[in-house]
Design a protein around this ligand. Structure first.
Ligand code: SF4
Ligand code: SF4
Length: 408
């Protein structure tokens, strides 16, 4: 679709990029069939094609309203539409630009601004979030039941002291995961060691910037990205083979640093080099499936099912690969209907759009539970916490489950 930029956008590089991205869309509507919000709400403006239209209308000078903002807000950024689109439309990049331009033109109501500001201050700060979680756990019995259920119990403390290896990667902690589920990175470290790779830690690296970015605090998000690149740079120069995050949502953002920092002349080239090194743990482990399998001493695994996070299958384009690795390790997984659909977690979406998120979660849990599993495996801390609140069976990261099958 061709976009005739309005005079206010003609010299705006972001608007020009958006117009170039819109050009790839042929308006076929195939994407609507796999869009969770369109499936739930049935409104074209809550579909990928409709949102592309809304952005295009803004760029062509039509009024931008709170309604425009709400339809863009309702997008989960699950990127299911990108997996479906036959024309290769880079929807998430377009949405990023569209949201930023709308944000500059439409003020949010005060309560919404306040909620977003609190999340932006709390979530990316690892120490602050850990302290808040500790307080929440301490006073859990005095909180309203809905809040009680959303505070997960502390995971059992685990540690793993791996030996040095010539192969080295950088294993980043992120922001909320160390407090919510510290066992996941311990498990990753153990699995990497099992295949002869040393995982270096970098506690000062901080948040990947995705939380702030998605809350429309793009400047904060980009500052966190630059900080992370700076923190990792000595190890990149020293020749580490990969940068890994065990939360697939964060990994997906790291792989996108080249785009997110494209206009930053001081960081653009470094961001591209950084992004080229990013791997999901799956990509590191899958060439070593046979070696891992030799070391597994599976306990009674029960019935397993895998919830493939959108950030893994649509964001990182690794659809079916964790399932294939688990199967190569001798673990049997129940099939999942509509596995491409989002569970409603989507970063801070479950906090900002709770009604839609709860409906998506109920549907996802029903599909995951169809085969009566005893354990749900996932690859993203956000999905794990979101599903666990209402799941009748435990939800764990697949790395933590597999690591438990290897003797210490
Ligand atoms: S990213 Fe997900 S919710 Fe947003 S338009 Fe695409 S499919 Fe729909
Ligand atoms: S499937 Fe792709 S080309 Fe077709 S309407 Fe959706 S975004 Fe546009």
């Amino acid at each position: 679709m061709k976009t005739d930029l309005a005079s206010e956008f003609v010299d705006n590089p972001a608007a020009q990029q958006a117009a170039a991205l819109i050009r790839a869309c042929v308006h076929c509507g195939f994407c609507t069939a796999t869009c969770p919000t369109y499936q739930l709400l049935g409104d074209e403006r809550d579909s990928p094609r409709g949102r592309i239209y809304l952005i295009q209308q803004m760029l062509e000078g039509q009024p931008v309203t709170r309604t425009t903002q709400q339809h863009l807000d309702r997008c989960l950024t699950c990127r299911s539409c990108e997996s479906t689109c036959p024309s290769g439309v880079q929807y998430s990049h377009l949405l990023d630009i569209g949201r930023e331009l709308v944000e500059q033109r439409v003020p949010r109501p005060l309560p919404e601004r306040y909620r977003r500001a609190v999340l932006n201050q709390l979530l990316p700060r690892r120490g602050l979030f850990a302290a808040a979680l500790l307080l929440g756990r301490k006073f859990k019995p005095f909180l309203p039941p809905s809040l009680q259920r959303s505070i997960p119990d502390a995971a059992p403390l685990k540690s793993f002291a791996g030996a040095a290896h010539s192969r080295k990667l950088l294993l980043l902690d992120g922001c909320v995961q160390p407090a919510l589920a510290p066992d996941i990175n311990v498990a990753a470290r153990k699995l990497f060691a099992a295949v002869g790779i040393e995982a270096l830690a970098l506690p000062a690296a901080g948040c990947c910037g995705a939380v702030s970015h998605h809350l429309h605090y793009q400047q904060d998000g980009r500052a966190q990205m630059r900080h992370l690149i700076d923190a990792c740079w000595p190890q990149i120069e020293a020749g580490i083979e990969a940068i890994v995050m065990t939360a697939s949502g964060c990994g997906s953002s790291l792989k996108d640093y080249g785009f997110l920092l494209r206009d930053d002349s001081a960081y653009a080239a470094r961001a591209r080099r950084f992004a080229a090194l990013v791997r999901d743990p799956l990509e590191v482990l899958e060439p070593h499936a046979a070696l891992l399998r030799e070391q597994l001493r599976p306990s009674a695994a029960g019935k397993l099912v895998f919830q493939s996070p959108c950030s893994l299958q649509h964001g990182q384009k690794l659809s079916g690969r964790v399932e294939a690795l688990l199967s190569a390790l001798g673990l049997e997984l129940a099939p999942v209907a509509d596995g491409h659909m989002c569970c409603g977690s989507a970063g801070t979406y479950s906090m900002l759009q709770p009604e839609l998120a709860v409906r998506l979660k109920a549907d996802k849990l029903a599909k995951l539970g169809a085969g009566k599993p005893t354990l749900i495996l996932s690859a993203n801390i956000g999905c794990i916490c979101h599903l666990q609140v209402d799941s009748p069976v435990p939800v764990r990261h697949w790395l933590a489950f597999v690591a438990d099958q290897i003797p210490d």
